[in-house]
Design a binder for this molecule. Structure first.
Ligand SMILES: [Zn+2]
Length: 245
């Protein structure tokens, strides 16, 4: 599609066929040599899955999740919101000390799907860049050498125009294969849905942020789901080791 558009833009296509052909080859080479920047699952047949948590840090829930992960010796990715970092320094320190990975979930949790409808792409790009910068700044106040590598966009909204910003920060986007803990369903139903989605390479989304009481069900389901996965012969991977550099 992109190549096609590119060709359409060439005014002298027929006149300068050889030149266009060389340009096409070059463009194809550039595209093929580009690194994968967007992930929603890991391509493997191995019985390995990945846990990710959004919308923290949270004084209560992040710590509860940490206890569960420690019990089962699992390393996860926590996609944190920039605006919640200040005042939760200790939670961030705990995440790092326990060997988990911190990713950015932007600063304000803006809905870029809506913003994109109202504003130009250029405005959206600038806002996203500012949000990522400010989030890193907050994290660096706690741990100045922190290197953020992954971004999860709010609502999983990703578009190609974001790549320019992602490249500036050297980020990759990690979406999810399955997540269900924000739906108002029974613990049983939630647990069953997660279990049904179990498959090699799946990236699971849970939340460690939210208002009081909001994540009690998540915590119960998380524990049960981890045990279910072990029973089925799955192990929990460290996503940093699975995403190619
Ligand atoms: Zn979120």
């Amino acid at each position: 599609m992109l190549l096609h558009l590119y060709i359409m833009q060439e005014k002298n296509l027929l006149k300068n066929f050889k030149f266009v052909f060389i340009k096409l080859l070059l463009t194809a080479f550039l595209f093929s040599s580009q690194q994968q920047i967007f992930f929603w699952k890991i391509d493997t047949k191995e019985k390995v899955i990945f846990l990710t948590f959004d919308d923290g840090p949270h004084k209560v829930y992040t710590n509860e999740v940490l206890k569960i992960l420690e019990e089962y010796k699992i390393k996860a990715v926590f996609f944190v919101l920039g605006e919640l970092i200040s005042g939760n320094d200790e939670v961030i320190r705990q995440l790092l000390q326990k060997g988990h990975c911190i990713g950015s979930h932007t600063y304000y949790h803006n809905n870029y799907y809506q913003l994109q409808k109202k504003y130009s792409i250029e405005v959206c790009k600038n806002l996203l860049e500012k949000e990522l910068y400010e989030t890193e700044k907050e994290l660096k106040k706690i741990y100045k050498d922190i290197k953020i590598k992954y971004l999860r966009m709010p609502y999983g909204f990703y578009r190609v125009w974001m790549n320019e910003v992602l490249n500036k920060f050297d980020y990759k986007v990690i979406n999810w294969t399955f997540g269900y803990d924000w739906y108002n369903v029974s613990e049983e139903e939630m647990f069953k849905r997660y279990c049904d989605a179990l498959q090699p390479g799946a990236i699971f989304l849970f939340h460690d942020g939210g208002t009081e009481g909001a994540r009690n069900k998540t915590l119960k389901v998380l524990k049960r789901f981890i045990e279910y996965c072990f029973q089925k012969g799955y192990k929990f991977g460290n996503i940093e080791e699975w995403i190619k550099k």
